[in-house]
Write a protein that binds this ligand. Structure first.
Ligand code: 3PY
Ligand code: MG
Length: 253
């Protein structure tokens, strides 16, 4: 269940991406062989109630749950940790200052200023004591800053240097918009590939992990080779469409 331990093992993990506000759907994703399920409150249709119910459904299947918060909603970040999410992904982090604000909300003193109240997280914690949860929380819960603009790419080393930022998450679609100066969106842009590889390298050099969103499942092994330790694999509607078309193909011969 411990996402941090699995990431430290240097395996290439794959997370499902839950956008439909349904705990049943998130539970079904957790039933598949994904290593984790990410609940998306930035572009997904989840509200707090569906996100927290989804975390419970994912945990019931023995898998870790990550939450992507909407832009700048650091108040939701620490609340998500209280509800037992193992990691929070903050979108559109463009500077070390923004990274620091996010990390502050995520980490207890002395690292940050997270307020005490890990109601569900404490229930889930192996020892169930406040003292042991407090001791382990800053290490076991992960602050992940999304890098998805040229500005963020230029600020990468500063963002990686922020204490309390555990890893980065590259958003290739937004990055492609910024990379092309607004010409279009293409997460597979050939002229971005070196930068993608460089970000994984620089994260590793800073002692942090790198994650990335893979629209195309075939890109996942390539990202793993670049050094990405966590890949998000498309979305729940994408998985349903792919699975349904596969079944329909079989049904129709
Ligand atoms: C992006 O590619 O911009 C993302 O945010 C992926 O979720
Ligand atoms: Mg994005």
């Amino acid at each position: 269940m411990r996402l941090r331990d699995n990431l430290d093992r240097d395996a290439a993990l794959i997370t499902a991406w839950s956008t439909s506000p349904s705990a049943d759907m998130a539970g079904a994703l957790a039933d598949c062989s994904f290593d984790a399920v990410t609940v998306d409150m930035q572009h997904g249709a989840h509200d707090e109630a569906s996100a927290f119910a989804s975390a419970r459904a994912v945990h019931a299947k023995g898998k870790p749950a990550l939450l992507r918060i909407p832009v700048g909603r650091n108040d939701l970040a620490s609340r998500a940790l209280d509800m037992g999410f193992e990691a929070v992904i903050a979108p559109m982090i463009d500077s070390s200052e923004q990274a620091r604000d996010f990390a502050q909300a995520m980490k207890y003193p002395p690292l940050g200023s997270r307020s005490w109240g890990p109601l569900r997280a404490l229930d889930m914690h192996s020892e169930h004591t406040a003292e042991s949860y407090f001791r382990e929380a800053n290490r076991q819960t992960l602050s992940i800053a999304m890098i998805e603009t040229r500005t963020a790419f230029k600020a990468l080393d500063g963002i990686l240097a922020v204490d309390g930022i555990d890893g980065i998450f590259v958003g290739p679609s937004d990055l492609s918009i910024s990379w092309s100066k607004g010409e279009g969106v293409d997460p597979d842009r050939a002229d971005m590939q070196d930068a993608l590889a460089e970000m994984a390298r620089r994260a590793r050099a800073a002692g942090k992990f790198a994650a990335i969103f893979a629209v195309d499942p075939a890109a996942t092994p390539l990202f793993a080779k670049m050094g990405y330790r966590l890949c998000a694999l498309n979305t729940d509607p994408g998985a349903i469409r792919a699975g349904a078309e596969l079944m329909l193909g079989q049904a129709r011969g």
